[in-house]
Ligand binder design. Structure first.
Ligand code: MTE
Ligand code: MO
Length: 220
């Protein structure tokens, strides 16, 4: 692959590891003690580019949709849950090679939120903000309106856990995992695509699974 390669993600991400209860590295990397939550990660690996896993209580959680929109909106988790829900069962694949097949996801289509806020003329893209204070991601408006791009509040049959980016994370089914911004608290409509955290570190902005990052036939 091009750029940093897999090691770039693993080292840069201060990876909190995981498969099948391999907890030692997680505890070592987690001064907050929140790593206890990680066994629930199951087949996933838990990533955070920050030192600890950020937390929002359900009562405190807000998702803001703003930028180039007609009507900025500000939603709590209950507001999201009251909107039409979409269920998807789809794979999750990290650019470093691990893949979790047939994951159930539930949430609100990003397109529904954009429609509700009203995208302004001249807008071209969407920038996602995380309440970890460090991670961002982006999509073109066309990508953002796809029927397999979800603002997810459930995965694997339960609430999105804190470790997986709860209470709300993005899920961009056709792209590598780094597009699926965890701890999502802001959706900003913009006039251009702004490269996100890993894209500033050499990963492709268009992160189509199997067709980006120079790994067309290496994605497994
Ligand atoms: N805020 C934030 N979102 C993030 C990341 C991160 O480090 N911070 N890592 C990304 C990467 S590279 C992957 S593969 C997935 C991992 O999701 P998981 O931790 O739920 O397995 O989250 C993505 N979203
Ligand atoms: Mo990833």
């Amino acid at each position: 692959m091009v750029g940093l390669g897999a090691a770039g993600v693993l080292v840069g991400a201060r990876v909190q590891s995981t498969v099948a209860g391999a907890l030692a590295p997680v505890q070592a990397a987690d001064p907050t003690g929140l790593a206890q939550l990680v066994p629930a990660a199951g087949r996933f690996r838990i990533y955070s580019v920050t030192e600890s896993l950020p937390r929002r209580t359900l009562a405190d959680y807000r998702l803001r949709v703003g930028g180039m929109v007609g009507t900025p909106i500000d939603l709590g988790l209950a507001d999201l849950e009251a909107m039409p829900a979409t269920n998807l069962v789809k794979d999750f694949q990290c650019v470093t090679g691990w893949r979790v097949s047939r994951v159930p996801w539930t949430g609100v289509l990003l397109s529904t939120l954009l429609e509700r806020a009203g995208v302004a003329t001249g807008a071209k893209a969407v920038l996602f903000h995380s309440f970890d204070g460090a991670y961002t991601e982006s999509l073109t408006l066309d990508q953002a309106r796809r029927p397999d791009v979800l603002v997810a509040y459930q995965m694997e049959g339960g609430p999105v856990s804190q470790a997986h980016g709860g209470p709300v994370r993005l899920y961009v089914a056709p792209m590598y995992g780094y597009k699926s911004c965890k701890w999502l608290d802001g959706i900003e409509v913009t006039d251009r695509v702004q490269p996100g955290y890993w894209e500033d570190r050499s990963y492709d902005v268009d992160a189509w699974i199997g067709k980006s990052n120079g790994r067309d036939d290496k994605a497994t």
